[in-house]
Design a binder for this molecule. Structure first.
Ligand SMILES: [Zn+2]
Length: 126
């Protein structure tokens, strides 16, 4: 099964009620893609935890923390069913294009306009 990409309309909202509309691409992850992402994150966590085991004395604390964080990263990667691939839209303050970079597809989230440096809230308009 291939992962389906769909376009969604989003709303950029300023702190004083200004708003503008934009678009993002969201990828629905198949069970295979979610499993692969979980395996990659788990492997990265185990590698980092292995290096933490080399630190004298602190490894008694750092290794358990690393293992717990690895387990949380694996669960998080497996549970996220969608991934935001990116998008853009006009800033509600200065109308400059705000580019949204790939990230977890959870709404709302905050972003900063590169032109005017003001924070905007990005909401799904669905
Ligand atoms: Zn702006």
């Amino acid at each position: 099964m291939t992962d389906a990409v769909s376009q969604h309309t989003i709303m950029f909202r300023g702190t004083s009620g200004q708003s503008s509309m934009g678009r993002v691409n969201i990828k629905a992850l198949s069970i295979r893609a979610r499993s692969w992402r979980a395996i990659v994150r788990g492997a990265a966590g185990v590698i980092v935890t292995t290096f933490l085991a080399l630190i004298p004395a602190l490894h008694f604390v750092l290794v358990p923390i690393g293992l717990v964080l690895t387990a949380l990263m694996v669960l998080s990667a497996f549970r996220s069913r969608t991934h935001l691939l990116g998008g853009s839209g006009p800033c509600p303050y200065c109308n400059h294009t705000i580019t949204i970079f790939p990230r977890r597809a959870t709404f709302p989230f905050h972003d900063v306009c590169e032109q005017c440096r003001r924070q905007v809230t990005v909401e799904s308009s669905v």
